[in-house]
Structures are given as structure tokens and as C-alpha cells.
Design a protein around this ligand. Structure first.
Ligand code: FES
Ligand code: FES
Length: 162
């Protein structure tokens, strides 16, 4: 299999590597870069577990070739906590009990993070649409929606206080 040089920004830091043309971004992140916060589930675009941000937009990394990240900014769940402080969306899932086993949670959080960057006050319908590619087998989905609403409110309050 042909390989190519790959350069992109991962969680704010430049990464240079060599990747087979057919390697998926999900596998590259988990196996090469040990970013195991991004989970693998269906491997077929059905569950949303593998969601990461590319240039700020949520994508399914199991359907994305690693080489397509060339020159882009990739963000995984590992990027959200800073100096021991959870991001608003992580806090939302914690406070609102938006996860149980937690296996689906990184995918939900990255999908929600992408939404909140473009919509500061998402409606319930907007949240459902943004999270429509994600599946949870444990929780009621109500708690997940409440987690996103919590994060949106916290971000707005923080901005207003600044
Ligand atoms: S592992 Fe990517 S959508 Fe399921
Ligand atoms: S919390 Fe277990 S699958 Fe979602």
C-alpha cells in the first residue's frame, strides 16, 4: 500500500507522520497517536462513537481517511480539559448525568462541542439534529440533551461575565 507524508494540527500541536493511503483517521488517532479517547464502535458510520472535530466540524473518523486531514486542525476529546478544568460540555454531562457506561460519551461530547461553537443557544430540535448520528445504549436521551443545554447556558453566563 502506498504511503504519504501527513501533517496536521492535533489538539493544537503540529503533527507530522507517514500514513498508508487507506488508513482511517480513527485508526490513525487511536493506534498511531494513542488518542484512545476517541472510541470505535460500528466502524460503519452508524453509531457516532468515533466523532472528532476537523476544522471545527464534527466528522465520523471511521468514515474518514487519515490522509484527508492534511493541513487541517483535528480535535479529539483529549483537547477539551485544560489544567484539570473540564470544558463546559464535559461539565454538563457530569452534572446532568448524561453518561452511564460512558463509552458513547466522547462522541456525544465532540458532536455537541461542534454544535455549541456555531449555535450559542441551540433549541432542543437543533440539539437532536446535531446529535442525530450518535447512539447511546445506556442513558435516556433526555439527560444528554440537558447536558448540552447546561453547557450552552454556562458558556453564555461565562461570556456575559467576562
Ligand atoms: S465507529 Fe464511526 S460511526 Fe460507529
Ligand atoms: S452511556 Fe453507555 S452507551 Fe451511552
Amino acid at each position: 500500500m502506498a504511503k504519504r507524508v501527513l501533517s496536521f494540527t492535533l489538539n493544537g500541536k503540529r503533527h507530522d507522520g507517514v500514513v498508508p493511503d487507506n488508513m482511517l483517521l480513527l485508526d490513525y488517532l487511536r493506534e498511531r497517536l494513542l488518542m484512545t479517547g476517541t472510541k470505535t464502535g460500528c466502524d460503519g458510520g452508524e453509531c457516532g462513537l468515533c466523532t472528532v472535530l476537523v476544522d471545527g466540524t464534527p466528522i465520523l473518523s471511521c468514515l474518514t481517511l487519515a490522509c484527508s486531514a492534511e493541513g487541517k486542525a483535528v480535535e479529539t476529546i483529549e483537547s477539551l480539559e485544560h489544567d484539570g478544568r473540564l470544558a463546559a460540555i464535559q461539565e454538563g454531562f457530569h452534572v446532568k448525568l448524561g453518561s452511564q457506561c460512558g463509552y458513547c460519551t466522547p462522541g456525544y461530547i465532540m458532536a455537541a462541542e461542534g454544535l455549541l461553537r456555531t449555535n450559542a443557544a441551540p433549541s432542543v430540535d437543533a440539539i437532536k439534529t446535531a446529535l442525530g448520528s450518535n447512539i447511546c445504549r445506556c442513558t435516556g436521551y433526555v439527560k444528554i440533551i440537558e447536558a448540552v443545554q447546561y453547557a450552552a447556558n454556562k458558556l453564555r453566563d461565562t461570556k456575559a461575565a467576562a
